[in-house]
Design a protein around this ligand. Structure first.
Ligand code: UMA
Ligand code: ADP
Length: 444
């Protein structure tokens, strides 16, 4: 088989490691970038595998029988479409993993909350004494988990990864929520949703957000009613029916059973209560004991860059939500944190807009914000949308954004970095953006 690996980032490199460990030859590795991130390491470790950068050579693609595509490359890339022979297979790293494992998989997708819920379920499984592999879109490529020989996989899956996955049979699968994202890659929200929805194919059990406007419509009609017939559990912030997860007043609950008061949940923000309920429903589906899961909720403080508490300075909380890379995430952060301060939030937003429609931000910033400080490529678009309802300040860089935020504050206010945009116009990734923000804020 002539196997070619497309992309030499984290995923492509993990695929090379996987094939060579199995003794399966790799015909070539190709990447459109001149200097992909893993190039030096690859050349040092695999000097005999041909690598082509700066484009997808036609002579390589035209001989390929199996193309292992990294998530960052669309299947319909013109150089692939025009040269790949008919009948050649295009798959991704998740498909390779699925073909090689027989232990249960918890599969998690959604527009927002994936990393938080994936990590939470992983921590819950660990606390229950299970040897668990936690990764995927979260950061550790799924194939790299094989070496740990897990008894259970908890995988965060992106729409990009799901596009090239066919054989996965999750023990339980969830779509946490859907809001428009990645419209620079998909022609429509429907196309993006269809990719996410693939996670339910062959899933033994389904966990879903009964309050999401889109997700219940993705399930078979009987499941969409939220009934739990043993293979479908819903979660939401409303009162739960029998065997569902929800809230009874200020208490996490399963049906009419009170589980934990909200004050005992360490995560910050209302949207994280939804994430906690989702994790409980997923954990139940794989048989984790409820007391063990609750003990994790009492200690898990969340991941960096997701509504992360940076510091309080003169009574002002500074929050780093750099992972708020789409409109839905920033909407959730503003709604979720609204009741946490007496005053209003000064929002720092902007970056790569990914063709998003920013209008859902307008009523929220009007209601919950003192001012908005704007950064990056989307600065002008956001300014035009928002300046009629809220003072908007343009910033050159993060240091300038922080100092403009400082000037806009009143007593009781807080500052929230939640960009609603990707970071790559000004930073390597969302993590670097968050670190730069934290450094500037720490130096105040
Ligand atoms: N790229 C090219 N040419 C190529 C290959 C890639 O231009 O030939 C570009 C892509 O367009 C992309 C970047 O390079 O902008 C990285 O692409 P990649 O597929 O090489 O990425 P990896 O390093 O393998 O990382 C991927 C995920 N990245 C993407 O889906 C873009 C990581 O998710 C994931 O953690 C990793 O695999 C391990 O599974 C990151 C991400 O941003 C965090 N994901 C998106 C999101 O969460 O919104 C989906
Ligand atoms: P993902 O991996 O899907 O990007 P994360 O857990 O990293 O999700 O959270 C990313 C951002 O999305 C957070 O910073 C927060 O602003 C927002 N968010 C987190 N959970 C939810 C949720 N359940 N619903 C809506 N937005 C959320």
């Amino acid at each position: 088989m002539n196997t070619v690996i497309g992309g030499l980032g984290e995923t492509g490199f993990s695929c090379v490691q996987y094939f060579t460990a199995q003794g399966i030859p790799v015909a070539a590795v190709i990447d459109t970038r001149e200097n992909p991130p893993k190039l030096a390491e690859f050349k040092a470790l695999y000097p005999n595998i041909p690598v082509y950068t700066g484009g997808f050579p036609r002579e390589i693609i035209s001989k390929t029988q199996q193309l292992i595509l990294s998530p960052g490359i669309p299947k319909n890339h013109p150089d692939i479409i025009s040269a790949l022979p008919a009948g050649a297979e295009i798959i991704g790293d998740i498909e390779l993993l699925a073909r090689n494992i027989s232990v249960p998989v918890v599969a998690i997708t959604g527009s927002n909350g994936k990393s938080t819920v994936t990590t939470l379920v992983g921590e819950m499984a660990k606390a229950a004494g299970i040897r668990v592999g936690v990764g995927g879109n979260l950061g550790i490529p799924a194939l790299a988990l094989l070496a740990e020989n897990p008894e259970l996989y908890v995988l965060e899956l992106s729409s990009f990864q799901l596009e090239t996955t066919h054989s996965l049979r999750p023990k339980v699968a969830t779509v946490l929520n859907i809001c428009a994202d990645h419209l620079d890659r998909y022609a429509s929200v429907d196309e993006y949703t269809a990719a996410k929805c693939r996670i339910f194919q062959n899933a033994e059990q389904v966990v879903f957000n009964r309050q999401d406007p889109i997700v219940p419509g993705l399930l078979p009609p009987s499941d969409a009613r939220g009934r739990n017939d043993g293979n479908c559990i819903s979660f939401g912030l409303d009162l739960p029916l029998e065997n569902q997860y929800g809230l009874i007043e200020d208490c996490l609950a399963r049906g009419n059973e009170h589980l934990l008061t909200l004050s005992e949940v360490k995560l910050f923000g209302r949207h994280n209560v939804v994430n906690a309920l989702a994790a409980l429903a997923l954990g139940e589906s794989i048989g984790l004991p409820i007391p063990v899961m609750l003990s994790v909720l009492k200690t898990f403080t969340g991941l960096a860059h997701r509504c992360e508490w940076v510091r309080e300075l003169n009574g002002v909380p500074w929050i780093n939500d750099s992972k708020g890379t789409n409109v839905g995430a920033t909407v959730a952060a503003l709604q979720g944190l609204a009741s946490d301060i007496a005053g209003k939030w000064v929002l720092i937003a902007g970056g790569v807009g990914k063709n998003a429609d920013f209008t859902p931000l307008k009523p929220l910033v009007q209601q919950h914000c003192r001012a908005v400080v704007l950064l990056g490529e989307a600065q002008e678009e956001l300014y035009q949308l928002l300046h009629s309802v809220i003072p908007c300040l343009r910033a050159r860089d993060m240091a300038d954004a922080v100092s403009k935020a400082l000037e806009s504050l009143r007593i009781g206010d807080g500052v929230l970095l939640s960009p609603a945009c990707a970071s790559t116009d000004m930073f390597q990734n969302f993590a670097e953006r968050g670190e730069v923000f934290k450094r500037v804020v720490e130096s105040l």
